[in-house]
Each structure stands twice: as structure tokens, then as C-alpha cells.
Design a protein. Structure first.
Length: 288
């Protein structure tokens, strides 16, 4: 005797209701907010009436929101500290090569800082001209830290991020994890970076499950890609390491420390460096 026969229609009906509600929820949250450097912050953020501040758009965003930054030059530091949902990420997008975030007008060390955030996508931005004003600063185009998961950094151009101090540090893209997981860094271009003692692209600390692929990293004065562990980013020694990741299809070339003031002429910049990471797969054939 089939005891489940009468329950099947109810289960199917429940599944249909769940799918319907999810579809409605997705539709209601799939909002687009437009940003323009000629906009006004009291505008509604439509295509014809964009707002001026990227940070204001982020504050307005809900899961599923796409923030479209129009071509132009933007000097604000972008702070992201909020969450999307699975299938409903918060997207911050620009027009490739033409949406430019430059300089450090507010003296911040970072152009985009993603902290304790989930389901965030960053794409199509050109980040440049960020320079250390003292040896303690670490200029960085895009940084991820704290407890964050499901972050995608894709199709961005990063250049002229620099420190000229002998004891200085700088990054193009960095993640310093106290519990970061599911990061994808793909199809970005990082070049002409003055890195001091640091790296163009670095994952350091408690970071689990990552993908670094199809990036172009060239003409920098130190290491191209570095996967690091045991530097005290995470207080739990067993978790203080970037792990369970893949590095593939990257073009990493002409990165040398020859003229880097931190190295006194020593040429020791690696292309891809695993410095305490664990369970990392590197596709060497397609990485150089």
C-alpha cells in the first residue's frame, strides 16, 4: 500500500507556491540604481535622474539590486557592508574602462572596501591613481576583509596603485580573511603597480574555497599572485591560511623587483607564490 500517494499532490502544490513566491520576491528586488557624477543625491536613481554618490546607492540597495555607475571620474571611497542573497547578489557595475575611481581625496587607503558582506559582485570598473602618503598606509584598489562570502570581482582594470616607501606595502586586489569563503577573482587586469613588500593580488588568512582565473597581471614591481597563511590574520592558527582554491588561465608576466626600493636591486618577485596556503591547484601551463 502506498502511504505517500495522497501526499504527492500537496507536495507538488507546496513546491509550486514556493517557486511562485521566490519569483515574485526576485522580481520585486531586481531593482536598478543609476549613479552619475553629474547626478543629484536627492534624485530617485533612475537612468534619467541618477544619484551622484556610489555609497548612497549602496545604502539604498537591497538583495538583487544592480548599481550601474555611468562613465566618468569618481573620487569617493566605496564602503560595502551589507548582504545580498543566493541568486540575488548586490551588483556594482561600471562601463568597462570608462567608469573610473581614482585618487585618495578623503585620504583613505582603499578605493573599494568590502567588509563582513555576502553575495556582492564588483565588475567593469577602472581603479587607479591611489598612492601612499606615508609608509604605514597600504593603498589597495579592492579589499575584502572580515567575515564575507560569495564575493565576485570580475572584469576590472586596476593600475597605478602605489607606494614608494622602502617599508611600504600596496595591493591591487586583496582579501584578509577572518572567515571568508567562496571568492572568485576573474578576468581582471592589474598592471603598473608599485607594491613595496607586497603583491598585486593576495589572499591571506582564513579564506576557504576560492577561484583566481583568467586575470592579466603584468608590469608590476613585486609578486603577481600570492596565497598566504600563518601571518596572524586569524587568531585560530589552524584556520589562518588561504586554502581549497584553484589558480588557472592567468597571464602573469614581467613582474620584477629590480627597481623596487624595498629590495635594493634584488630580483626576487615570483609570478605565483604559495606562502603557507593549503590544497591549492595551479594550472601552470595556462598561467604564464
Amino acid at each position: 500500500m502506498n502511504h505517500f500517494k495522497g501526499k504527492q499532490p500537496k507536495l507538488i502544490t507546496l513546491l509550486i507556491i514556493i517557486v511562485f513566491l521566490f519569483t515574485i520576491f526576485t522580481y520585486l528586488n531586481s531593482k536598478v540604481i543609476y549613479v552619475s557624477n553629474t547626478g543629484k543625491n536627492h534624485y530617485p536613481g533612475t537612468n534619467n535622474k541618477p544619484i551622484k554618490s556610489i555609497n548612497k546607492a549602496i545604502n539604498m540597495a537591497l538583495p538583487g539590486t544592480t548599481i550601474k555607475i555611468k562613465p566618468g571620474i569618481y573620487k569617493e571611497t566605496v564602503h560595502i557592508n551589507k548582504n545580498g542573497f543566493p541568486f540575488l547578489p548586490i551588483k556594482v557595475t561600471g562601463m568597462y574602462g570608462k567608469t573610473k575611481l581614482i585618487g585618495n581625496i578623503d585620504r583613505s587607503e582603499k578605493k573599494i572596501n568590502i567588509r563582513n558582506s555576502n553575495y556582492i559582485n564588483i565588475s567593469g570598473l577602472n581603479l587607479s591613481n591611489l598612492k601612499a602618503t606615508n609608509s604605514e598606509q597600504t593603498p589597495t584598489a579592492i579589499n575584502i576583509d572580515g567575515h564575507s562570502k560569495s564575493i565576485i570581482i570580475k572584469n576590472n582594470i586596476i593600475h597605478d596603485i602605489e607606494t614608494d616607501y622602502k617599508e611600504g606595502n600596496s595591493h591591487g586586489i586583496s582579501a584578509y580573511g577572518k572567515g571568508i569563503s567562496n571568492i572568485q577573482i576573474v578576468k581582471n587586469k592589474l598592471y603598473n603597480l608599485k607594491l613595496g613588500n607586497s603583491e598585486a593580488l593576495v589572499l591571506n588568512g582564513n579564506i576557504n574555497n576560492f577561484k583566481v582565473s583568467d586575470n592579466q597581471i603584468f608590469d608590476n614591481n613585486n609578486i603577481g599572485i600570492d596565497i598566504i597563511g600563518y601571518e596572524g590574520i586569524e587568531s585560530n592558527d589552524k584556520l589562518d591560511k588561504a586554502r581549497n582554491g584553484t589558480i588557472s588561465n592567468n597571464r602573469v608576466q614581467n613582474n620584477t623587483s629590480k627597481h623596487n626600493p624595498s629590495y635594493n636591486g634584488d630580483q626576487s618577485a615570483a609570478g605565483i607564490y604559495i606562502d603557507g596556503g593549503e590544497n591549492i591547484v595551479i594550472d601552470v601551463k595556462s598561467s604564464f
